[in-house]
Design a binder for this molecule. Structure first.
Ligand SMILES: [Zn+2]
Length: 205
């Protein structure tokens, strides 16, 4: 069976601290720049630092993250964390895509600490991704950790690789969803989830 949650040990090893910068310098030269001019002198190191930050999800142990905050409860209504900021890099162009994630589940006997849901989203988003896979990975991680009655994940995002290259209109948003269990089988559950996502904030609620 395919592993859905790579353990820390199977994540790509962290390369030595200065392996990205020399390549960035080569890219600068390749596009016709002078890597030695003042404004670009520190750019390779800056880009390396940025890329390490933007791909730090590879170092996250998703299973440990969720297992550290599982609680037994008698609660079987929908839990929803919506409008979670998502920043990721498309694996085809290494350009950002960003937007909002909405994550819901219906517990069976366990819940995940609420603050872990945005961290889970981040752990998968801070890797080279495609939006479809990111959506499924988040849903399956929750499914595997607490075996709930159902999980629903919707991500709405804008992709700079589409917008900047003029592939799509400026404001087009890509929407992906992954529905498991009750969210897939029960029309009413799915509709409740989608209605809650659409509901705009009005004060606290
Ligand atoms: Zn792309």
């Amino acid at each position: 069976m395919r592993r859905l949650l790579p353990a820390k040990a199977s994540a790509p090893a962290i390369a030595a601290a200065t392996t990205i910068a020399p390549h960035v310098r080569a890219v600068l030269a390749a596009v016709g720049e002078d890597p030695d001019r003042e404004g670009l002198l520190k750019t390779p190191e800056r880009v390396e630092k940025a890329f390490r930050f933007l791909t730090r999800g590879y170092q996250e142990d998703v299973r440990a993250l969720l297992n550290s905050a599982l609680f037994s409860v008698c609660y079987d209504e929908m839990v929803l964390v919506k409008d979670i900021e998502v920043f990721s890099l498309c694996e085809h162009h290494l350009l950002p895509f960003f937007g909002k994630a909405h994550v819901a589940y219906i517990p069976k006997d366990k819940v995940v600490g609420l603050s872990k849901i945005p961290r889970l989203v981040d752990a998968f988003a801070r890797r080279l991704q495609i939006q479809e896979r990111l959506t499924v990975q988040i849903a399956k991680a929750i499914q595997e950790a607490i075996r709930p009655r159902g999980v629903g994940v919707v991500i709405e995002a804008m992709h700079l690789c589409m917008i900047m290259r003029g592939v799509e209109k400026q404001n087009s948003v890509a929407v992906t969803s992954c529905m498991l269990g009750g969210f897939r089988d029960q029309h009413q559950t799915r509709e409740e989830f989608l209605a809650l996502i659409r509901k705009k904030h009005n004060g606290m609620i």
